[in-house]
Design a protein around this ligand. Structure first.
Ligand code: ADE
Length: 264
């Protein structure tokens, strides 16, 4: 996969040289290039921002440097390859989830446009739609100072799904959000530590019992920390023991969906 990131702080993306993503780049699994937006300015001060029309606090990123930068990135792509995806990190974007990461991991090229200040002149996104599939994306309901930290998170989430990046692909299967639930708790040696014992079932060697215990721990954790996820959970084909586990947590299965009992 090819990834291009445009930013006024190229150094901000340096962590993408480390760990699994850095290794993936060295191994040629990921061709990641960072571009300095200021290289696409034409004035002496390399200006990238200006005051907002209509007034208000803060500055807005000027359209022309963005058009120059994105045109240069698009020009490197073979004409027959079709439009690449342009991701614009923004708290005003659609929510980036594990499902989005899986979807984007199927693309051959992703371009990230890191806004700063109050954002990028809206006309850039309209203009860019002729050359890219434009997707404003938010990490969550909070505000960062710019898109760079969001790009670090999204590139890591997407990059680790590319074939060969994570050594043991099994580890991608049983992790939080892979099945719409939070992950079960994990333990390692010693089996007793500071008067705390690892749950006995995990030492039993009974794989069926262990799998069931882990599933039920996923339910318990998700109900406690992220009950919003349970509303989306497909409870249609749950074994009886799992329905009982949910009943103990205060949830009944109604038409294949989990419904919290009013008294729970
Ligand atoms: N830029 C600023 N805040 C952001 C957020 N929450 N998600 C993605 N990009 C952002």
């Amino acid at each position: 996969m090819r990834i291009d990131v445009v930013s006024i702080f190229p150094e901000y993306l340096a962590p993408l040289e480390l760990s699994l993503i850095g290794k993936a780049r060295q191994d040629g699994l990921l061709d990641l290039r960072v571009h300095d937006l200021r290289e696409f300015t034409t004035d002496r001060h390399r200006t990238v921002d200006d005051t907002p029309y209509g007034g208000g606090a803060g500055m807005v990123m000027k359209p022309e440097p963005w058009a120059q930068a994105l045109t240069a990135v698009a020009a490197e792509r073979p004409a027959e390859a079709g439009k690449p995806v342009l991701i614009v990190p923004s708290p005003a974007g659609e929510r980036f989830t594990q499902a989005t990461a899986h979807q984007l991991a199927e693309e051959d090229q992703l371009v990230f446009a890191c806004g700063r200040y109050e954002g990028i002149d809206e006309r850039v996104l309209e203009w860019a739609a002729d050359h890219f599939t434009v997707r404003p994306m938010s990490l969550g309901d909070y505000v960062l100072n710019g898109g760079e930290v969001a790009v670090l998170a999204m590139v890591e989430a997407i990059g680790r799904l590319l074939p060969g990046v994570v050594g043991n692909p099994e580890s991608l299967v049983e992790e939080s959000h892979s099945d719409g639930l939070l992950e079960y708790p994990v333990y390692t040696k010693p089996s007793s530590w500071r008067d705390r014992d690892v749950p006995a079932v995990l030492l039993s060697g009974n794989h069926g019992k262990i799998a069931q215990w882990r599933r039920h721990e996923q339910y318990r954790r998700t109900a406690e920390r992220r009950p919003d996820l349970l509303a989306e959970f497909d409870a249609g084909k749950l074994p009886r023991a799992d329905r009982t586990a949910f009943a103990d947590l205060g949830y009944d299965v109604v038409d294949g969906r989990l419904k919290q009992r009013p008294d729970a």
